[in-house]
Design a protein around this ligand. Structure first.
Ligand SMILES: [Zn+2]
Length: 232
């Protein structure tokens, strides 16, 4: 870890101790019953939650691409909205606890009857994870696991190579870019299992699709998806 990064981590921890908790969206002080965001901001978030129509739209995104059992997503993501702000904090501002907390909230919309047996975070490239210090999808997965007691498996699905930044590419190029960057090892661990693939945000679905296509090569493995946010 670089000195600058170490300093940022230490000073962040210091600030957490000496300053009261504030809402991550509007910066007002939080009371004892509020976690990470104040009640007013939490109330105003654009929830997808259990809106069947919106969830169906997300499931349709994978039609003809990869077989998906169910798609769960908590928040509607649009450029400039509060969801984007939360994702930015989770990915670039070291707000791991925020991600874990929203993972716990996301767990509440996942149907228990689905009988999911393993939670798989979409892997980051090791270089990127080292730089960030964590994988944000793993943080969300841990939040879901803490509420559901379903184990997290972060070893079977892994990333083969560093893909270029996706932002500069068209949808078609993006797919070309992410195809075959994931592989699965220790397949036996996931045989005959319904797994929940977890990512921070669902937009074109290209990254998630690439993961699913690998997972579906495993004998009798079925896949559902849970993301903290989705662009609808
Ligand atoms: Zn607030």
């Amino acid at each position: 870890m670089s000195v600058a990064k170490q300093f940022r981590t230490i000073s962040g921890a210091f600030l957490d101790v000496f300053y009261p908790n504030v809402c991550q969206i509007c910066s007002t002080d939080l009371n004892m019953n509020e976690h990470h965001v104040c009640l007013s901001c939490a109330y105003d978030l654009p929830y997808i939650g259990q809106n069947k129509k919106e969830l169906q739209k997300l499931e349709k995104l994978f039609w003809g691409r990869a077989k998906v059992e169910h798609v769960y997503s908590l928040l509607n993501y649009q450029r400039g909205n509060q969801t984007q702000k939360l994702l930015h904090l989770l990915k670039y501002k070291q707000k791991k606890k925020l991600g874990q907390y929203f993972g716990e909230v996301l767990a509440e919309v996942i149907t228990e009857s689905e009988n999911i047996q393993a939670i798989l975070p979409v892997p980051l490239h090791p270089k990127k994870e080292k730089l960030r210090g964590y994988n944000q999808s793993r943080v969300i997965a841990d939040g879901i696991a803490s509420k559901t007691n379903i184990p997290v498996n972060s070893t079977c699905l892994f990333r083969n190579s560093h893909n270029l930044s996706q932002t500069k590419f068209s949808k078609y190029d993006r797919w070309d870019n992410v195809r075959q960057i994931f592989s699965v090892k220790q397949n036996k661990e996931l045989e005959n299992k319904h797994v929940l693939l977890v990512d921070d945000v669902l937009t074109t679905g290209a990254t998630i699709e690439a993961c699913i296509l690998e997972l579906l090569k495993i004998k009798n493995c079925t896949v559902s998806i849970a993301t903290l946010a989705a662009r609808i």
